[in-house]
Every structure is written in structure tokens, then in C-alpha cells.
Design a protein around this ligand. Structure first.
Ligand code: PDD
Length: 285
């Protein structure tokens, strides 16, 4: 079955879907995106993703291209036409097509909207989570507004590739103060030797992960000790557990950082329990 993409009002086979060469997303990375998990055919945490999308658009002064209700229908139609039960839906909105000029195009330029959806192998993901993953660390050389979910992801691409080349699944960015900020496509967490779950505050230095927000609610509901504060790479090396969160990976135990085993080198109890609990808390729609 051919995959279907939504592009500016039309549903097209992926191979026929196209964007004009002067799209500002293509030329300037001038756009934003969202990735939502689909579980059992349902969008997970849709309202939070749509709220973050509205914030990203407003920070970049890109108008919302259609009413939220219409966008919700497009997402569902894409999931349906691609027959996705478990997977992800990808939504990208750019500032639109205009003659190349760095400054904003004329008012009234229509943003470009693209939606795709694809299935993921949940059984394979469970196996990966059961074994835990390795992470490397790299210097955080990104711009100062990574809280905006922009499609400008070159440092993230290079970081993820560095991880791949070193046999790891994710790269954690480390800022000039030696603190871990986040992963190339996920938020970073540790559990201290005293059992406190720690993640960096959601300032301009990280993306405000939706999975992160849900996991914080779970931690609080479970009465676990929680600290929202920066942590250093050295503290991560010595942590009892480490894990990451994202809409596509959910809660994923980290068992090695820069080739050093974390805790006893196996997925931690808290990370594993949080992965389990996440399923029950995620809001379906
Ligand atoms: N990545 N930090 C970064 C840099 C991310 O790209 C992501 C998500 C997250 C986690 O956010 P959330 O829990 O809302 O997915 C944190 C998506 C999945 C991606 O780019 O594919």
C-alpha cells in the first residue's frame, strides 16, 4: 500500500507529493513541526501537541493556517488513509512559498502544511526498551531558542549521526557549564543514587517535551521524589538510572553513557515502571 501525504489541501501518494523549491522551509528551515504518537489508532496527547504547535507558530509569527478543528480532521484522515494503528503522525507548517528573501514574505503568503503518518514496530520498540540503549554526549551548539519546535535541526542531525557511528541510539547535548540539556530528539533524565528523579527545567534551552510533561505528572501522582534542576554529565555517569522521553520512544531506559555503564548496566526499576505507567496516563482522543 502506497503511503499518503497531505499537502496544502490534497491527499497524494507520497511519491507524488511535492513542495515548490522556493518554500521557506526548504530554503531557510523557516517552519515548525510536531510529532504525535498514535496508539491503537488514537492520537495521544493531541491537545498538548496542538497547544505547543500554536506556541511555536506564534513565537515565529507564522499564522495558524487553518482552524484547529480542521487540522484535527486532517491528522485523523492521514492516520486513516495510511492505516496506522501504532506509529506517529508528522505535521509540518512553514512560512510558505515566496521569492527568496531572508525577511518575511508579503502578508497573506499562505503557510505550507504537510502531514504524513507511518506505522512503527511496537514489538521491536519494546525489545529495545527491554535491553536499554546507549547514549553519547556532544557539545550543545544549537541556537538559544530550542524551546520552539522548529524544523531547523542540523545540530540534532549531526549529533544523532555521531551517536549512530559510535554504536549508540541517542546523543545528549552538554552545555558550556557541563550540564546535560536534552537529547537530539528526546528529553534527558536521571535517577540519583538517593532515588530522586531529575530533569532539567523547561527554559529556552530544551524543548518542552509533551512526554516529559506527562511523565512529571505520573512521578508526582506516584509520590516519587522529583527535582526539576540541571544535572551535569558527571552526575549522569554516577546516576543510579538514566532514561529519555519522546513521543516516538515514550520512556526509554539508558544503560550506557559514553560507554560507561549506568547503575548496574541494566534498565532501571523506576524507568521501567514509568514506561509501564505512561500507557495508562496518556490521553487518547
Ligand atoms: N522529538 N527534545 C527534542 C530536541 C525533540 O526533538 C523531542 C521530540 C523531544 C521530546 O518531545 P516530545 O515528548 O513532545 O516528543 C525533546 C520528536 C519525536 C522528533 O523530532 O521526532
Amino acid at each position: 500500500m502506497s503511503r499518503i501525504a497531505y499537502v496544502n489541501g490534497r491527499y497524494l501518494p507520497l511519491g507524488k507529493a511535492a513542495i515548490p523549491v522556493e518554500d521557506r522551509g526548504y530554503q531557510f528551515s523557516d517552519g515548525v513541526y510536531e510529532v504525535c504518537e498514535i496508539s491503537g489508532g488514537h492520537l495521544i496527547d493531541e491537545a498538548r501537541h496542538m497547544a505547543r504547535l500554536a506556541r511555536s507558530l506564534s513565537e515565529l509569527r507564522i499564522p495558524m493556517p487553518m482552524p484547529a478543528t480542521a487540522l484535527a480532521l486532517v491528522l485523523r484522515e492521514c492516520i486513516c488513509r495510511n492505516r496506522v494503528r501504532d506509529g506517529i503522525v508528522y505535521l509540518q507548517i512553514t512560512r510558505g512559498v515566496a521569492r527568496r528573501d531572508h525577511a518575511f514574505p508579503p502578508p497573506g503568503t499562505r503557510p505550507t502544511v504537510v502531514v504524513t503518518a507511518r506505522s512503527m514496530d511496537s514489538a521491536a520498540n519494546e525489545r529495545i526498551a527491554g535491553a536499554g540503549i546507549s547514549v553519547i554526549t556532544v557539545p550543545d551548539n544549537r541556537w538559544g531558542r530550542v524551546d520552539i519546535k522548529s524544523i531547523s535541526l542540523l545540530p540534532n542531525v549531526l549529533a544523532k549521526q555521531a551517536a549512530r557511528e559510535q554504536g549508540a541510539k541517542e546523543a545528549w547535548f552538554v552545555d558550556q557549564g557541563g550540564n546535560v540539556t536534552e537529547g537530539s530528539s528526546s528529553n534527558a533524565w536521571i535517577v540519583t543514587t538517593s532515588g530522586s528523579v531529575v530533569t532539567r527545567p523547561a527554559d529556552h534551552g530544551i524543548l518542552r517535551g509533551i512526554t516529559r510533561a506527562v511523565v512529571i505528572e505520573i512521578i508526582k501522582a506516584q509520590g516519587l521524589e522529583f527535582e526539576e534542576r540541571p544535572f551535569t554529565r558527571d552526575e549522569a555517569y554516577g546516576a543510579r538510572e538514566a532514561f529519555l522521553t519522546s513521543a516516538s520512544q515514550l520512556v526509554l531506559p539508558v544503560v550506557r553513557i559514553d560507554d560507561r555503564p549506568i547503575g548496574n548496566g541494566a534498565p532501571g526499576l523506576i524507568a521501567t515502571a514509568l514506561r509501564e505507567r505512561f500507557r495508562h496516563h496518556a490521553t487518547r482522543s
